[in-house]
Design a protein around this ligand. Structure first.
Ligand SMILES: *[C@@H]1O[C@H](CO)[C@@H](O)[C@H](O)[C@H]1NC(C)=O
Ligand SMILES: *[C@@H]1O[C@H](CO)[C@@H](O)[C@H](O)[C@H]1NC(C)=O
Length: 222
């Protein structure tokens, strides 16, 4: 029961934050009358297919703490609140239960409180490609570790419902180099994100301890 309540609380307090982006997009598309679809000129290319891992990712070396430094996305939540994004830090660990899943905890602030979002990424047969399962397969998030040196940065692609988000993570907050930022911006640009869709995250005031009742399961859209 406590678990259910926690979920409900999550829905009210944070899921809204997490899901508004996607539900709005889906609902909006549905309620509007659809213009007649023109025949496609060329077969649709799944954007994530354009961004395969550029190296043979050693997932073992990806574990540990990653600070979110930058996000490129057209997610409506970010577009509305991008100037007020909160410091966000992710901890990747292998699950005790299985070496085919990663436990992902993301700490962030919402309403002046620290929250810890718990997720599970499933490994796939392709190194560097992971899946965050949705309630239905079409709501899965495909995750690609596009580029990393394991020790200072990682660029990750997230794709859900045909929409892509590119995130730049750092092992620390204070040595993001200019060339790396440029590299990220160029990768984002390749996905159609001009600078207006690039949202830098704060590099200070990350959450430390999070109370048990602020640990929730949630699928962020951005
Ligand atoms: C990351 O998660 C692991 C497993 O839960 C934990 O042992 C470790 O202390 C965490 N690291 C930090 C810095 O919170
Ligand atoms: C950035 O800082 C981290 C931690 O202090 C260090 O391990 C890493 O080597 C540094 N990277 C660069 C490119 O200076």
């Amino acid at each position: 029961m406590a678990g259910v309540w926690r979920c409900m609380l999550a829905v009210v307090v944070l899921m809204c934050v997490c899901l508004w982006g996607s539900t709005e997009a889906v609902g909006g598309a549905k309620s509007r009358p659809r213009p007649q679809r023109r025949p496609r000129k060329k077969p649709k290319v799944d954007p994530i297919d354009l961004t395969p891992p550029t190296q043979n990712i050693d997932i073992q070396q990806m574990t540990g703490i990653w600070y979110l430094l930058n996000t490129a996305s057209k997610c409506s939540y970010l577009i509305k609140h991008g100037s007020k994004v909160e410091p966000t830090v992710m901890n990747l660990t292998f699950s005790a239960a299985s070496d085919q899943t990663l436990s992902v905890t993301t700490k962030t602030r919402h309403g002046h409180q620290c929250w810890e979002i718990l997720q599970v990424y499933h490994l796939t047969s392709t190194p560097g490609q992971l899946t965050l399962k949705g309630v239905r397969p079409e709501l899965n998030t495909d995750i690609v570790i596009g580029d990393t040196d394991y020790s200072s940065y990682a660029i990750m692609f997230y794709q859900k419902l045909g929409k892509i988000t590119v995130k730049l993570y750092g092992r620390s907050v204070d040595n993001l180099s200019e060339p790396l930022l440029t590299k990220f911006e160029q990768l984002a640009e390749k996905q159609g994100f001009g600078l207006a869709y690039v949202f830098p995250f704060p590099t200070y005031s990350h959450c430390g301890h999070v109370d048990q009742d602020h640990k929730i399961n949630c699928v962020p859209a951005c």
